[in-house]
Design a protein around this ligand. Structure first.
Ligand code: 8YV
Length: 331
């Protein structure tokens, strides 16, 4: 029997998904789950035609050049800022991501973080756990209203739209958004969302949530100047990517009460967190878990695996990022 082609699974995933891959490939699965250094990744990719990767691995021109047999990389994430897609296209390496399967789960979490931030959930829990709750007071941990307030959304892709629906239809919020491109009228009506410019979004939102993809153009798109335009009672939530917010500037603004509170699931240079964020009370911090339900994480791993199987056995990936190379790839 002919030898199966080899692929790498860069982190520990679900055993049934690995078994599914094993029907087609010789699978090298990094079950110890340690994050591979760039050199380890390149070494481990030698002789591999495909790889399932996560946000922890950077896949760029250097990796493509050092791994001449690599034909595709399948990210177990919808975001793909760890991929240099133009470089991969130039090298003939197909790239895929995992859209749709995580949209509603991630929107649920975005809303959870809005609620937790506005209603001071973790701050009050820390107070209780620390044994400081001796008496009730009328204004104790009084936060900001969520229902009926104005929800601002920066980045109006699938997840932004799912958050808009929750806000408008579930919480009676007025929803405003800013995006590179405006939604068509039917989608705006369905999401009950109004398009505004970025300045109006910053100035008007009671709760601002960031759901835009990271690119070098939007590095620190929310910094001291932008936070200063927000209402002093406003909250800011980032479930998009670290680097979109200037974390040092945000920590200072929170300490000085320029805005009321923030909720962050993603951080510049994560898993490191800016030390100043750890000492301000009015921030809710979570370790990049917006898509983390077992069902959704499984669906993400399965979609990445199905992409690898579909491209490497049939030439037809399910959710490609650079479909233009299909049929033209030299690899
Ligand atoms: C991933 C995410 O779990 O999909 C994304 O873009 O941020 C998360 O859902 C994370 O990036 C791991 O790859």
């Amino acid at each position: 029997m002919a030898q199966k082609p080899s692929i790498l699974v860069s982190r520990k995933i679900f055993p049934d998904v690995v078994d599914h891959l094993r029907e087609h490939f010789d699978v090298d699965s990094n079950d110890s789950d340690g994050v591979l250094t760039p050199a380890e990744l390149i070494a481990r990719l030698q002789g591999k035609v495909g790889a399932l990767t996560t946000g922890s691995e950077r896949i760029d021109a250097a990796v493509a050049a050092a791994c001449p047999q690599l034909r595709m990389v399948a990210n177990i994430a919808v975001g793909f800022n760890n991929f240099d897609v133009p470089a991969l296209s130039a090298a003939g390496v197909l790239a895929t991501n995992t859209p749709d399967v995580l949209t509603e789960t991630t929107a649920d979490f975005g809303f959870a973080l809005i609620m937790a931030t506005a209603r001071r959930l973790t701050e009050s829990e820390h107070f209780l756990r620390a044994g400081q709750w001796n008496r009730w007071a009328l204004d104790m941990f009084a936060g900001a209203e969520v229902h009926g307030s104005t929800l601002g959304i920066l980045g109006m892709g699938r997840i932004g739209q799912a958050i808009a629906r929750r806000g408008a239809h579930g919480f009676g919020m007025k929803v405003i958004y800013h995006n590179r491109t405006r939604l068509d009228a039917a989608l705006e009506a369905e999401c009950k969302a109004s398009y505004v410019d970025k300045t109006t979004l910053l100035k008007t939102a009671d709760h601002l949530i960031l759901v835009l993809p990271y690119s070098s153009e939007n590095h620190h798109t929310i910094g001291a100047a932008e936070i200063a335009q927000m209402k002093p009672t406003a909250t800011l939530v980032n479930i998009a990517r670290g680097g979109i917010v200037d974390d040092a500037a945000l920590a200072l603004a929170l300490r000085n009460r320029v805005i009321a509170a923030a909720g962050l699931d993603v951080f510049e240079g994560e898993p490191k967190v800016h030390p100043d964020l750890l000492t301000v009370p009015n921030v809710v911090l979570t370790p990049h878990i917006a898509s983390a339900t077992l069902k959704t994480r499984h669906a993400m791993a399965k979609l990445a695996a199905d992409n690898v199987i579909a491209y490497l056995t049939q030439g037809q990936p399910l959710t490609p990022l650079n479909a233009e190379i299909i049929g033209k790839a030299a690899r």
